[in-house]
Design a protein around this ligand. Structure first.
Ligand SMILES: Cc1cc2nc3c(=O)[nH]c(=O)nc-3n(C[C@H](O)[C@H](O)[C@H](O)COP(=O)(O)O)c2cc1C
Length: 243
């Protein structure tokens, strides 16, 4: 009987130790600083445009931005500045920490999102499709020329998509997240694009710019237009302009 009790205690100890080990290793894994993911390699990156430094303060409170944010589908047609583009991109996906963490949270700090700028009326920026590179806070030219009207065609002819000074397109490389979290990672990616898009909404509002988050579009048409790599899927189109 005593022997049996000793054996039971030993078994209990082994199970507890095993469970503790599992918890600790998953916790330490969750707390590890993430390596900054490398930009998706592409031979088409030729021109890098350094963006001006973004501001880290303003006279507009977060409460005022929350209060005033509204979808805007009508713009004045005026251009916006590269400084404004820099600020918007920083708000969406800018790096805010030497360990590579960004303005928006990311499951496991795996950063599956990419941001493209379909520029038409931006001062000192030729019309074209650019990809944001958070690590260097710069834009890489992907495609020359104004693609806003083709983007609007892909978005079921929603005219505001071509009438903003630019449209931002959020895409996701799901594999960066699902490699760790499996199917559940798909849900995480969708949560993340909401975080990033809301950052953009609040920043644009604070700057007096108008925008609308557009989810209705033909995925394949947008992917083709932006020449997206096979593993990247478009999630959101967000035209931005003066109102
Ligand atoms: C996931 C999602 C998809 C949306 N897609 C579109 C869209 O395709 N076209 C559009 O004009 N607005 C779109 N909207 C904007 C909503 O119509 C808008 O948020 C809603 O009418 C509430 O208005 P508010 O943003 O001014 O608060 C979308 C919003 C979300 C959250």
């Amino acid at each position: 009987m005593i022997q049996l009790r000793i054996e039971m205690n030993r078994l209990r100890f082994m199970i507890t130790t095993f469970l503790l080990f599992c918890c600790c290793s998953s916790l330490s894994c969750a707390q590890q600083p993430a390596p900054i993911p490398s930009p998706t390699p592409s031979l088409e990156y030729e021109t890098a445009i350094s963006l001006p430094e973004p501001r880290h303060d303003s006279d507009v409170s977060i409460e005022q931005s929350l209060l005033k944010r509204r979808s805007t589908r009508s713009y004045t047609g005026e251009s916006i500045t590269l400084q404004e583009v820099s600020q918007l991109l920083w708000a969406a996906q800018g790096i805010t920490d030497s360990r590579g963490f960004r303005t928006a949270p990311s499951a496991g700090a795996l950063y599956p999102l990419e941001v493209y700028v379909v520029a038409g009326d931006v001062e000192n920026l030729a019309s074209g499709v650019y990809k944001y590179e958070p690590r260097d806070h710069e834009l890489s030219l992907i495609i020359d020329g104004d693609k806003r009207s083709e983007l609007a065609d892909a978005a079921l002819a929603q005219s505001w998509v071509e009438e903003g000074a630019l449209a931002m397109v959020f895409t996701a490389a799901y594999g960066r997240t699902t490699v760790k979290y499996g199917e559940r990672g798909v849900r995480y990616v969708h949560m993340e694009v909401g975080h990033a898009a809301q950052n953009l909404c609040l920043q644009a509002t604070a700057m007096g710019l108008g925008l609308v988050t557009v989810g209705a579009f033909h995925d394949e048409q947008v992917s083709e237009l932006l020449n997206l790599p096979e593993d990247e899927k478009p999630l959101y189109i967000i035209p931005v302009g003066r109102k």
